[in-house]
Design a protein. Structure first.
Length: 204
C-alpha cells in the first residue's frame, strides 16, 4: 500500500518538473535553460519554445512561442562570433526536438492518471507509461545539455559568461524521478497482487 502511494507521488513529481520546464521562456520569462547576462544589464533567457530578453528594470520582450528557434542567429545578434553554418543548422534542429519536453509532460500526465485511476494490474500499465516518460525525459535531457552546453561553451569562449538555468536541472531531476517512479509503481503492482493472492487464499 505504501509503495503504491510512493510510485504515484513520484510520477506526480516527474510530471510537475517536466511541466514547469515546458512552460519556460517565452511563456514564463524567468524559467530558462540557459541565460546570458549582457553588458547593458539585460539578460537573454533561453527556453524550450523560444527566448526572452529580460531588462534590469523588470520589463521583457519575448519571441513568439514556436517549435524550434534560431539560437545561432540570436547569439550572433548579441555580438558574439557567429557559429558556422553546419553548427547553426544542427543547433536549430536540436531546438526543434525541444518539443519532447511537452510530449514528455503529456506522457507523464497519462501515467499519473493511470496510476490514480487503476489498482493492481493497472499499475503495470502506469509503470510502463512512466518508463516511457522516463525515456523521453532522458532523451530530451541529453538534447538540452548538448544544445545549451555547446552554446555555453561558445559564449564563454567569446568573452561572455552564460549560466545554466533552473529548467535544465528540472529536466535532469524529472528523468531521475521518473525512473524510480516506474520501478516503485511496478513494485506496487507486484506486491498488490501478492496481497490479493494472500487475501484470496485466506478466505478459503
Ligand atoms: C541590451 O542589449 C540587448 C541586445 O542588444 C537589447 O535587446 C536590450 O534591449 C538592451 N537592454 C537595454 C536595457 O537597453
Amino acid at each position: 500500500m505504501f509503495a503504491l502511494h510512493i510510485g504515484t507521488f513520484l510520477i506526480f513529481a516527474g510530471f510537475a518538473l517536466l511541466l514547469v520546464a515546458s512552460i519556460s521562456a517565452p511563456t514564463v520569462s524567468k524559467i530558462d535553460f540557459l541565460h546570458i547576462p549582457l553588458s547593458n544589464g539585460s539578460s537573454v533567457m533561453f527556453g524550450s519554445l523560444g527566448y526572452c530578453i529580460l531588462n534590469s528594470g523588470g520589463g521583457h520582450s519575448c519571441t513568439p512561442t514556436g517549435v524550434g528557434y534560431k539560437i545561432g542567429d540570436e547569439i550572433n545578434a548579441l555580438g558574439f562570433d557567429a557559429f558556422n553554418s553546419a553548427q547553426d543548422t544542427t543547433l536549430h534542429g536540436l531546438t526543434q526536438a525541444f518539443i519532447l519536453h511537452q510530449i514528455g509532460t503529456g506522457v507523464a500526465g497519462i501515467a499519473l492518471l493511470l496510476a490514480l485511476c487503476s489498482h493492481r494490474l493497472g499499475y503495470l500499465v502506469a509503470s510502463a507509461v512512466a518508463f516511457l516518460a522516463f525515456l523521453i525525459a532522458t532523451a530530451v535531457m541529453i538534447i538540452d545539455f548538448v544544445t545549451f552546453g555547446s552554446v555555453k561553451h561558445h559564449v564563454d569562449h567569446n568573452g561572455g559568461s552564460s549560466k545554466f538555468g533552473n529548467a535544465i536541472w528540472m529536466v535532469l531531476a524529472a528523468a531521475i524521478v521518473l525512473f524510480f517512479a516506474s520501478i516503485a509503481t511496478c513494485f506496487a503492482c507486484i506486491t498488490g497482487r501478492r496481497h490479493q493472492r494472500k487475501r484470496t487464499a485466506s478466505t478459503y
